[in-house]
Design a protein around this ligand. Structure first.
Ligand code: AMP
Ligand code: MG
Length: 325
């Protein structure tokens, strides 16, 4: 299959929507990362996403909508869900809620669960694309499963060229890490994945603490579906919280860079977590490719603080450093 690169224009979005309507796969930019889109109602299209990504079938997908009303037609919102939607949508927050009676989302997309994950994204023209579709679109990150997420169109082609119908070139993603996922299907909200909405902002909006699930010790039965420990993995090994760096290591710096590495990508020289999140996946990709070319043995990572967006950044780095299956 030839993968087309479409411009993010009204005509390009119409073409992308036509491919999706016909059951094809189109990657597109959102404010978080590039998603690989398919019609959420179409079992074949949804199954094709799992095949193109090599994604395990136990890992459910997020459905994307133009408005909260459209999302809440497919799931049963609680008052807290409505409050969070009006505070954070459009934006990088995903809500897990019970599937509504008559929910049109393919059971393949929700991995057979009685709940579904929904979001209204904020990226520049993402909602214009969704509006041109007129149906919910599932869109996991547009990369082979387990590898580094894409934050621009060329990253998508690097991993999926020839395996999907098209990429809508929406430019670089400005948030740069995936959405925060909060499970609202139980008695109290649970944070399933830290992401572009900080835990601090989420707890303030909830007016209560948001618990995190215990880390899973068993990847064959993860506590939160899809939260496998190895993910976002570059080819080179990753060493976290480095306070020195060797001449055989690439350096992912944060703040003033450690001396001694021949290859440095600074997430943010001024120690800004927003800038660091937006530069994270591009940096991992750059250090991996260029480090490999130069014969370096691993990527050393300087400490990133564990508050605000730093939680999401650290979560991705811990998984990138985790032993590979
Ligand atoms: P992504 O890979 O960015 O599309 O994110 C999808 C993630 O959302 C999955 O890996 C799950 O962790 C989470 N998720 C999606 N649907 C559900 C659900 N029904 N229940 C719990 N988590 C979900
Ligand atoms: Mg992903």
């Amino acid at each position: 299959m030839q993968t087309r690169l479409l411009p993010d224009t009204p005509h390009g979005r119409e073409e992308a929507a036509a491919i999706l309507r016909a059951g094809g796969l189109v990657a597109f930019g959102t404010e978080t990362v590039y998603g690989l889109g398919a019609d959420a109602r179409n079992d074949h299209a949804v199954a094709a996403i799992y095949a193109a990504k090599g994604r395990p079938g136990i890992n459910p997908l997020i459905s994307h909508f133009t408005t909260a009303d459209a999302a809440f037609a497919q799931v049963t919102p609680t008052p807290l869900a409505r409050g969070l939607a009006s505070r954070f949508w459009p934006g990088p927050l995903t809500l897990v809620l019970p599937r509504a009676p008559g929910c049109a989302i393919s059971p393949i997309a929700t991995a057979g669960l009685s709940t579904a994950a929904v979001r209204v994204p904020a990226g520049g023209n993402t909602r214009a694309l969704l509006a041109a579709c007129g149906f919910p679109v599932v869109a996991p990150s547009a990369n082979p499963s387990g590898r580094v997420s894409p934050s621009d169109a060329l990253h998508v082609l690097a991993g999926l060229d020839g395996r999907i119908d098209a990429v809508l070139d929406c430019g670089p993603c400005h948030v740069g890490v995936e959405s925060t996922i909060v499970d609202l299907s139980g008695p109290a909200p649970v944070l399933l994945r830290p992401g572009g909405v900080t835990l601090e902002a989420l707890e303030a909006a909830c007016g209560m603490p948001v618990a995190m699930p215990r880390a899973s010790s068993n990847d064959s039965r993860p506590l939160a579906p899809g939260q496998l420990s190895s993910h976002y993995a570059p080819g080179l090994a990753v060493r976290l919280d480095a306070d020195t760096v060797g001449a055989d290591e690439a350096l992912l710096a944060f703040g003033p860079p450690l001396p001694g590495s021949p290859l440095v990508w600074n997430l943010s020289a001024r120690g800004d977590l927003r800038e660091a999140a937006a530069r994270l996946f591009a940096g991992l990709r750059f250090l991996d490719m260029e480090g490999h070319r130069r014969g370096l043995v691993r990527i050393a990572v300087q400490p990133v603080p564990a508050h605000g967006l730093g939680r999401a950044i650290r979560d991705r780095l811990v998984r990138a450093a985790s032993p590979r299956p």
